[in-house]
Design a protein. Structure first.
Length: 225
């Protein structure tokens, strides 16, 4: 398979059998890289600062940045972000105008430049997986032997299935087949976890069922916190 900057993470994470969802692992790497950028070189880039001022960071990504190595980098971005927010806190000529400003502030509470950037990156990865399936025979085999994906990433892969071109139908059907097989295996492990608590099964080995609930969490919610 051909390695390229756009495929390197896919070809790095997809073969790992320990990954419950390889795209979740890619998302973590992308998030970590972006957090590092927003604490270092991106701090002084005018275009980036403009986006931060307008959209800020969600609570989760603020905490991630705060845990990083540059408190100064975060503080500098917060200073100008607060300036933007305070523009909508000035006294208004009427209650109607005050409400309009409050609605604007409320909308800004849910925006995050890192969330937006991560989603942009992931949309490209969903398309690239389909393109790899079309172009690389080895990748088709790799995908067929994978453990599937979390619910969100599976749905996104199918939604971008047309990028597999002439093999789009084959691609989405393989995704569905692989996903269902792995969910059936997970369901079986969950059932044994439940049955193991029956007194008649006391002392029997849990086996793979011992981590069935954490794996279910990963399947249903990915790496969302």
């Amino acid at each position: 398979m051909r390695y390229h900057i756009s495929t390197s993470l896919i070809l790095q994470e997809f073969p790992k059998t320990s990954n419950e969802c390889p795209l979740c692992e890619i998302r973590k790497i992308v998030e970590n890289n972006l957090a590092e950028q927003y604490l270092n070189e991106a701090v002084m880039v005018t275009g980036v600062r403009y986006k931060v001022n307008e959209k800020g960071f969600c609570a989760r990504h603020f905490d991630k940045l705060f845990e990083g190595q540059s408190k100064l980098g975060l503080a500098l971005q917060c200073v100008t972000r607060l300036n933007v927010l305070m523009d909508d806190m000035t006294p208004s000529a009427s209650v109607r105008l005050a409400k309009k400003k409050a609605q604007k502030l409320s909308a800004r509470e849910t925006t995050c430049v890192i969330c937006d950037s991560v989603e942009e990156h992931m949309q490209r990865y969903y398309k690239t997986v389909a393109e790899l399936y079309l172009e690389e025979e080895d990748f088709r085999d790799l995908l067929g032997f994978s453990r599937g994906f979390c619910l969100h990433d599976y749905a996104q892969l199918v939604l971008n299935g047309s990028y597999a071109g002439s093999k789009a139908k084959e691609y989405v059907n393989l995704l569905a087949k692989t996903e269902k097989e792995n969910y059936l295996n997970l369901q079986s492990d969950l059932q044994w976890f439940c049955d193991r608590h029956d007194f008649r099964n006391a002392g029997k080995d849990l086996g793979k069922a011992k981590d069935a609930l954490p794996r279910t969490r990963a399947r249903l919610y990915g790496n969302k916190k």
